[in-house]
Design a protein around this ligand. Structure first.
Ligand SMILES: CC(C)(COP(=O)(O)OP(=O)(O)OC[C@H]1O[C@@H](n2cnc3c(N)ncnc32)[C@H](O)[C@@H]1OP(=O)(O)O)[C@@H](O)C(=O)NCCC(=O)NCCS
Length: 164
């Protein structure tokens, strides 16, 4: 699929938030009433505190998004002091399996390399099988010592891609 990956524009933030929530909901990763839904919807906060990327197809349709997080910044969770972090990777259900997730993830890795960082880190829900396959194919390794739980009943698996 011919794709453009670029920073989100201010007028797109509502649509980016909705796409993020819809992508997680489609996989059962958020259910009605889940407190994480408001965080996923709030693309404006991600644009403010991090770098919010989008993927648009050849017709200009928004098909995916990811947040590139610098070390020590507001959205950092599992990254070390010299590691970027990838958060809220989401692809519209109708656009999956065509490499959009890979392109967005690659853009984050390229950005981290350009900034001279040592690694890219992330954490991902236990049931996110497509994401785990994607990260594995990109060379991310599991870092189980960084696994964590944001709240009762939720376990997040940590991964790290070394850039050195
Ligand atoms: C994870 C996600 C971003 C992948 O987007 P995508 O554009 O379909 O990704 P790609 O096409 O680049 O690659 C997907 C890979 O997962 C595989 N895959 C898809 N569904 C799968 C499943 N249920 N189980 C295992 N692998 C699966 C695909 O076959 C592909 O691997 P392959 O190229 O080796 O065959 C998308 O599924 C999504 O938005 N999921 C909901 C949110 C989420 O889980 N985000 C991750 C946060 S850490």
């Amino acid at each position: 699929m011919p794709l453009t990956v670029r920073e989100a524009r201010p007028d797109e933030l509502g649509a980016v938030g909705s796409l993020t929530l819809a992508a997680y909901a489609a996989d059962g990763e958020v259910t009605p009433g889940n407190p994480y839904a408001a965080t996923l919807l709030d693309a404006a906060a991600r644009a403010r505190e991090a770098t919010l990327l989008v993927a648009v197809d050849e017709g200009g349709l928004l098909v995916g998004t990811v947040t590139y997080v610098r070390p020590g910044s507001a959205f950092a969770e599992v990254g070390g002091p010299d590691e970027a972090e990838v958060r809220m990777l989401a692809v519209a259900p109708t656009a999956r399996g065509a490499g959009v997730g890979r392109r967005l993830s690659d853009a984050c890795v390229e950005q981290a390399r350009a900034e001279g960082l040592a690694a890219v880190a992330l954490s991902s829900g236990e049931g996110m099988a497509a994401a785990h396959r994607l990260y594995g194919r990109m060379g991310f390794a599991r870092t189980p010592e960084r696994d964590w739980s944001p709240r009762d009943g939720i376990r997040l698996l940590a991964f790290r891609l070394s850039l050195t």
